[in-house]
Ligand binder design. Structure first.
Ligand code: HEC
Ligand code: HEC
Length: 450
């Protein structure tokens, strides 16, 4: 709390805004925004969610928060099936308070709310990343009793200094992946890795409801590219929207993928445990009950993620914030971080026909060598990332105490995140660096107000 007050006081001193201007405004009544007050600002249902859906929302919330148990578990039938290999016991362990995760501090730490995707050059039959033959497509550090966890990954950081207009210096750090205790032999020289920090999970139903045509229309104007990925239910190619490279077509599939890949819970979408042919102990330990999750449970979890509301903006009318908003447009940030979209029809009618302000185009952009992971993901190249939504980003630090940005959490401040932009965003990034310090502060005040 003291820290939060301090942040508010610093922000007030820095940007010349009164503490009153930082206070949340009243609850909006348009049905998709919630008050930004409190540490559960990312965890509230759409105010317009019909009361009849409250029970499914609460069921989904308990599935998102619960720690999965070893099977068979007498006391909680239907809530077991952890592993055989897994990263964490629950969704909320990575999506902390429904927000972003934290990368490891350094060599002595391990990945807790960050994961390491693996693969080989080339692609699978549907264009998906070719999995590593022994370790699969993701490192699972833990196993149930009798099944060795695959190994531990951490990051070591390399820093360099950058000088901005006006003489301010910023230290930018880049991660290097460090692996130890690999239980199934070496990964080999041709392995591809991609570090991914858990992103926030609110507002995603609204992004699912944006018509495909609107996303493709943005691509025609801003140099972005749609990812086309594999829809498991339809058995067909589909526009990707979720995941840091837009590698999942729907929240249902995204959630089922997380259950299988991160926790080891099978579903009708992904009925097989994530054990490779070489992982015999994992295969032998596979739960005979398949799938471990019922469709009703997957539907509840998906409704929960779809119906998480977006926190309201704070101090949007402050003159400093307004000036920052104009810079956001002038510098070209808004061409990718699209401020306004309109949703179309959706199975959840509460999401349909809304004007939203997500600050994303859901498209892939080449952000240059500095951010490249070198691991293609369907049509996304090793240099491309999906523009992340910026709504609610100003609350990341107040909610968690400290916050990390970009796909691997390398940025410790919003300013660092902007300075890492390269490739298609190089001109916007250079313009930010070259702004006089007080203009840069305006832009940052605007982003903190989102
Ligand atoms: C080990 C950490 C971890 C766990 C556990 C985890 N996630 Fe995630 N989640 C991530 C990461 C990392 C990504 C980005 C994945 C990518 O880009 O491939 C992600 C992405 C997502 C997204 C897409 C967000 C977006 O902006 O597109 C949703 C939704 C999601 N996870 C839901 C869940 C659910 C539901 C569970 C529990 C069943 C879960 N996650 C468990 C780390 C985790
Ligand atoms: C060419 C498209 C493009 C432009 C222009 C652009 N961005 Fe981004 N932005 C992205 C992409 C893609 C990422 C994700 C990069 C990653 O995670 O490695 C990103 C990430 C961010 C993040 C971190 C978000 C998070 O959740 O971690 C912030 C903040 C941000 N951009 C702000 C800005 C600002 C401010 C500008 C203008 C100075 C700008 N961006 C210009 C595409 C763009």
């Amino acid at each position: 709390m003291r820290r939060r007050l301090l942040i508010a006081a610093c922000a007030a001193a820095l940007f010349g805004v009164t503490p009153a201007a930082l206070a949340p405004t009243a609850l909006a009544d348009d049905g998709i925004l919630v008050s930004a007050q409190g540490r559960d600002a990312y965890s509230r249902p759409l105010p317009s969610l019909e009361t009849g859906r409250g029970e499914a929302f609460r069921h989904g919330r308990s599935l998102f928060r619960q720690a999965w148990l070893l099977a068979p578990s007498a006391e909680s039938a239907g809530l077991d099936g952890l592993g055989p290999l897994f990263n964490r016991l629950s969704c909320i362990a990575c999506h902390v308070k429904n927000g972003r995760g934290e990368p490891p501090d350094g060599a002595g730490d391990v990945m807790r709310s960050t994961l390491l995707r693996l693969g080989l050059p080339g692609a699978g039959p549907h264009g998906e990343p070719a999995p590593h033959p022994v370790y699969g497509d993701q490192l699972n550090p833990d196993g149930i009793p009798g099944v060795p966890g695959e190994g531990k990954a951490t990051l070591v950081w390399h820093e360099r200094e950058e000088t901005l207009a006006g003489g301010e210096t910023v230290r930018l750090r880049r991660p290097e992946v460090l692996l130890r205790d690999l239980a199934y032999g070496p990964l080999g020289a041709d392995v591809l890795t991609s570090v991914r920090l858990a992103p926030p999970v609110f507002g995603l139903g609204l992004l699912e409801a944006v018509p495909e045509s609107a996303i493709l229309a943005l691509a025609a104007g801003n140099g972005g590219r749609p990812n086309m990925v594999w829809d498991v239910t339809k058995g067909a190619s589909a526009l990707g929207r979720f995941g840091l490279k837009a590698n999942q077509p729907s929240l249902r599939q995204q959630n089922a993928g997380a259950l299988a890949g991160d926790i080891g819970i099978t579903s009708t979408l992904f009925p097989d445990e994530a054990c490779t042919a070489a992982q015999t102990a994992c295969r032998a330990a596979a739960n005979p009950r398949r799938p471990e999750l019922t469709d009703a449970q997957l539907d509840a979890l998906t409704l929960y993620v779809q119906a998480l509301a977006v926190p309201e903006r704070r101090n949007a009318d402050d003159p400093v914030v307004r000036a920052g908003g104009r810079l956001f447009a002038d510098l070209g940030c808004a061409s990718c971080h699209a401020p306004t979209l309109t949703t179309g029809p959706h199975a959840l009618p509460e999401l349909a026909g809304r004007t939203i302000h997500p600050y994303t185009d859901l498209l892939l952009h080449d952000l240059g060598d500095g951010l490249a992971d070198g691991r293609p993901d369907f049509l996304a190249t090793g240099r491309e990332w999906r523009t992340p939504p910026l709504w609610g980003i100003g609350l990341a630090e107040p909610i968690a105490g400290r916050a990390f940005y970009l796909h691997d959490g390398r940025a410790r401040t919003l300013g660092e995140a902007i300075l890492w932009h390269g490739g298609q965003a190089q001109p916007a990034r250079d313009a930010f660096r070259d702004l006089p310090p007080e203009r840069r502060a305006e832009l940052l005040a605007f982003i903190r107000s989102l």
